[in-house]
Structures are given as structure tokens and as C-alpha cells.
Design a protein around this ligand. Structure first.
Ligand code: ME8
Length: 524
């Protein structure tokens, strides 16, 4: 660690860890990209960031998939963890650690938290009978199930098929935590977000909590229960613990644990809010470990409004989209299109609409037109601004207000809100450019033309710095054509540099178009 790191405020962010029993789809990509944008934002804002992601490799579902494929669970997870890692690379995910729950340090961490909960008197041996969903790796209460026409019993919560299961099991005294959890939700109203989704969790807890079965004996693909290796841990006990392993638990004196725990935010999807906002804080309270500060629950993405499913053949592989539209375009679309927290829908026309209007027109065209004028008429250097008019001042003030606005938005993972405001300012800048008409001023008032071009480049510089978390490659290209590229000091691209205006006289490279319009491929 460098001395500058120790002066920075730590920020610890996690994604859910994916079950590597299938292939990554656009819903997973959405979560990785949002979390990555958050991590990049904080790094650019001067924080010392720890970003954890990975794969959730134990449990019955993995064991069953391996059996179906005629391979061992280890072969399955080794093969598929590599596929998920590759998806992270394709999506430009800047994680600090990719955790696999079969990693040795993770098994040790899971056993350590188990012992802590046991020492607290919260674990006992009993017998479990109930409706189990292998898909969700979860039991459901009788009232949460229904028998359907096909003869199967389904979870009404997640629409998955249930099987009646009876086994000896260790239990966690979740029933002891109802009041403590409700007190937590009262004291920390932002512990879960957005509010509507958090309210669902609170109602669930208010409805009463039963003790939770936390071990299995019917298969052995899991972390052995300490002192009783007939049992493996219920996969969610081990899965949730990944957030602790990632920062060095059980070594609570380690530099990384002291620095990064408690986590600032766990980013997860709506189907697993109960695990993160009920079970996880209860386990941590029991083990005497500080609680994470926030659980951010995002919505689900649907293909044209229809749930993705293999049988419908509408599952989008992230790499296909990146190949078709480009990485930054996909990242932008996902974060701009759907308010984080809400459910959203995607389709080809919506992506193309964003690419052509927001990216190619509003941003790309403005950059290309202003930079070409500077190249031709200002000696390819940042021009010297003259006295500023009210219109110039207004433009610069609007751009200057973007950073505090973005900070407020990212504080609550409102990526959509931040991008919306940035594009609003870009819309105003396009109107300003059209009204000021620097191509006319070129013939009538050159100093005024230089001022208009300077103001436009300055807005573009601020916008380029601020869109780095969402579109790292395109922003880097824009910053390069604005003379703030790789060859200059890195600090000019940090958020702290936003208040330091472009230096007139800076030599600019030849402008190159950055956001091409999407052209439909010619019919074969
Ligand atoms: O739940 N749209 O793993 P997972 C948006 N291993 N997000 C979606 C989605 C969709 N269509 N489908 C899934 C698990 N997700 C557990 C997590 S964490 C300790 C253990 C999200 O592979 C889902 O909500 O089923 C979750 O946050 C993540 O993808 C991984 O889902």
C-alpha cells in the first residue's frame, strides 16, 4: 500500500456471487456493470476502493447440474467460473478480487463464522421437514407455496418447483432476531434500498421469523460443518460469508479487514433481498461482527418485457451484445435506460435509439463539430476565451454543477439520474452551440468564436471526466482529443480536476469520431 492509499477513505463494494451452473446473461452483466461504475466513480473521487465479485460454487443446484452433465462438481465449477471470469473481462469489470467459494480461505472463513454463531448459542441440532426449492436453495413456508395443475408444488414467491424434504439439520435461531432486525431497520432507514423493496423485507420480518435450517446431509458438495462433517453448510451461510472472506476474515486484525469492513454496499437483485437484509445481518449480529452499511436491491431486466428463459431462447449473452453494439454502448444503455432499483426491459430498438441519439448525436457530434473547428481555426490548440457572456457563464455553471449532482446520485446508486442530468446539460450545450453559431462568428468575430469554442470544450471536458465510470474507453478517447489523455498527468482525469479549467494553448490531437451511428447490417 502506498502512503497516498492510507490517506484515502476506504470504500468496499460487492456484487452478488453468481451460481456458475449456467452461462452469464444480460441480467448478471447489468449487476456487474452497475457495481463496476460505482467502484470506478469512487476511485475517481479519491476513495481507496475494494471491489469484490465472484462465483457461488456450493449447494445442491451445482451438485445436480454436475450430475446431469456426468462430470464432478469440481469440474463443473472450474469450467464455469472461467466462463464468468471471461464475461467480467468482456464487460470491463474492474474488480479487485474474483472470489470462488471453493477457495481455501473462504472455507476457513465460513467455518469461523459458524463457530462464532455457535458460541453465541444460536445454533442447535434439529430435524427439518419442509418445501425446498433447489433453484433458490431455500425452504418456503406452507403459505408461500401452491399446488398447480401439473401436479407440482411451486413457490409463490419465485415460481420455482418445490420438493418435500426431511432431514436432520442444524438450525440458526433466527426467531431470536426479529426485534433486533426491526430495531436495525428503524435506526438505519437506508440499510435497504430502494424503499419499496426494503419495505417488502420489513413486512416479511414483521410477519414473524422461524428458525432457519443451515445444514444439509443429503449431499456433500459444501463446506463441512465444523465438528460434524456428516453435514455441509447450507449454501447461503457460506455464500453470504464471501463478503467477509474478501477482506481477510477471520483475521479481524488484518489491515484489509480493519480498513474495509463493514462493507459500504452490497449490490444485489430483488430475488435475494431476504437473504441479504434479513439472514445476513442476523448472522453478523450473532457472530458479533459489524453490519454492512447498505444493501442496494436492483430490479430485473426482461427481454422486450418477457422474462429471460432458456426455453424461450431469449437469453442474451453479454459478449454477443458487446460484439454487436460495443462495450461502452452496452454499459451506457443499461445504466441510462432503467432507473436502478426498478425492473426494466430491453430490446434492439431501445439500444439503437440510445446509441444514435444520446451518444452519436448529442455527445459525439458536438465533440466532432467543435473539435474540428478548433483544429481548422485555432491552430489545433485550446483557444483563449475572451470576456464571458451570460450564456457562457450559464453553460459553465451547469457543467460545474454536474459533479455535486453526480455525487448525490451515486451515493444512492442512481446512475440513471446522473446520466440523465449530464445529457440534459449536453442538450443545452448543443442548443448553445447552435445559437452562438461559431461558424458564423469565424467570419465576423474571431475572439467571440474562440470563446464559444472554449466554453464548449470545457463542458465536454467535464462531461468526459464524469462519464468515465460508465464508459471508460470512450471517455478516455474523448479526454485524449481534449488534450487530457494518457500522455498527460493522470490527475487531470480525476474528479478533483473538474474545477481546474482547460489551459488555453494546450495542443490538441486530430479529432476522431468516437460514437459511430449504429447501422443495421445489410441483409444477406
Ligand atoms: O442468486 N435481471 O446467484 P444468481 C437482473 N448465488 N438481475 C438478475 C437477473 C435479471 N434478469 N437474473 C439474475 C444468486 N439476476 C446467489 C447469490 S450472493 C451471496 C449469492 C441477479 O446467479 C440476481 O438477482 O442466481 C443476483 O443478484 C445475481 O444476478 C446473481 O444471481
Amino acid at each position: 500500500m502506498t502512503s497516498t492509499d492510507s490517506a484515502k477513505t476506504p470504500y468496499y463494494i460487492t456484487t452478488a456471487i453468481t451460481y456458475p451452473n449456467g452461462v452469464p446473461h444480460i441480467g448478471h452483466a447489468y449487476e456487474y456493470i452497475a457495481t463496476d461504475a460505482m467502484a470506478r466513480f469512487k476511485r475517481l473521487d479519491g476513495f481507496d476502493v475494494m471491489f469484490l465479485t465472484g462465483t457461488d460454487e456450493h449447494g445442491m443446484k451445482i451438485a445436480q447440474t454436475a450430475e446431469k452433465e456426468g462430470i464432478t462438481p469440481t469440474e463443473l465449477v472450474d469450467r464455469n467460473a472461467a466462463v464468468y471470469k471471461e464475461a467480467h473481462a468482456v464487460l470491463g469489470i474492474s474488480y479487485d478480487r474474483f472470489i470462488r467459494t471453493t477457495d481455501a480461505d473462504h472455507c476457513a472463513a465460513s467455518q469461523a463464522i459458524w463457530r462464532k454463531m455457535e458460541e453465541a448459542g444460536d445454533i442447535y441440532l434439529g430435524k427439518y421437514e419442509g418445501w425446498y426449492s433447489v433453484r433458490d436453495e431455500a425452504y418456503y413456508g406452507e403459505d408461500e407455496t401452491e399446488l398447480r395443475e401439473d401436479g407440482n408444488r411451486y413457490s409463490k414467491v419465485t415460481e420455482t418447483v418445490l420438493t418435500w424434504t426431511e432431514e436432520e439439520s442444524y438450525f440458526f435461531r433466527l426467531s431470536n432476531y426479529q426485534d433486533k432486525l426491526l430495531a436495525l431497520y428503524d435506526a438505519e432507514p437506508d440499510f435497504g434500498a430502494p424503499r419499496t423493496r426494503f419495505n417488502e423485507v420489513i413486512s416479511f420480518v414483521k410477519g414473524g421469523l422461524e428458525d432457519l435450517s443451515i445444514s444439509r446431509t443429503t449431499f456433500d458438495w459444501g463446506v463441512p460443518v465444523p465438528g460434524d462433517d456428516k453435514h455441509v453448510m447450507y449454501v447461503w451461510v457460506d455464500a453470504l460469508t464471501n463478503y467477509l472472506t474478501g477482506v481477510g476474515y477471520p483475521d479481524t486484525d488484518s489491515e484489509s479487514f480493519r480498513k474495509f469492513w463493514p462493507a459500504d454496499v452490497h449490490v444485489i437483485g430483488k430475488d435475494i433481498s431476504r437473504f441479504h437484509a434479513v439472514y445476513w445481518p442476523a448472522f453478523l449480529m450473532s457472530a458479533g461482527i459489524e453490519l454492512p452499511k447498505r444493501v442496494m436491491i436492483h430490479g430485473f431486466l426482461h427481454n422486450n418485457g418477457v422474462k429471460m428463459s432458456k426455453s424461450l431462447g431469449n437469453v442474451v449473452a453479454p459478449a454477443d451484445w458487446v460484439g454487436q453494439y460495443g462495450l461502452d454502448q452496452v454499459r451506457f444503455f443499461l445504466l441510462r435506460e432503467v432507473p436502478f432499483g426498478a425492473d426494466g426491459s430491453y430490446n434492439h430498438d431501445a439500444v439503437v435509439g440510445r446509441m444514435n441519439s444520446d451518444l452519436a448525436n448529442n455527445l459525439g457530434n458536438l465533440a466532432q463539430r467543435s473539435l474540428s473547428m478548433v483544429a481548422k481555426n485555432c491552430n489545433a490548440t485550446v483557444p483563449v476565451p475572451g470576456p464571458l457572456t451570460a450564456a457562457d457563464e450559464e453553460m459553465l455553471a451547469a457543467a460545474g454543477a454536474l459533479l455535486p449532482h453526480a455525487r448525490d446520485c451515486y451515493q444512492v446508486q442512481d446512475f440513471h439520474g446522473s446520466l440523465e442530468r449530464i445529457w440534459h446539460v449536453l442538450g443545452d450545450t448543443n442548443a448553445y452551440f447552435a445559437e452562438q453559431a461559431p461558424w458564423v462568428l469565424r467570419k465576423t468575430d474571431v475572439p467571440r468564436m474562440e470563446t464559444v469554442l472554449y466554453v464548449t470544450l470545457e463542458v465536454l471536458r467535464i462531461v468526459s471526466i464524469l462519464i468515465q465510470p460508465v464508459m471508460p474507453d470512450a471517455a478516455a478517447k474523448l479526454l485524449t482529443v481534449l488534450g487530457q489523455g494518457e500522455s498527460s498527468d493522470e490527475s487531470v482525469r480525476q474528479f478533483a480536476a473538474i474545477g481546474t479549467p482547460l489551459v488555453p494553448g494546450t495542443v490538441l490531437p486530430a479529432p476522431t469520431p468516437i460514437f459511430p451511428k449504429y447501422e443495421e447490417p445489410a441483409e444477406a
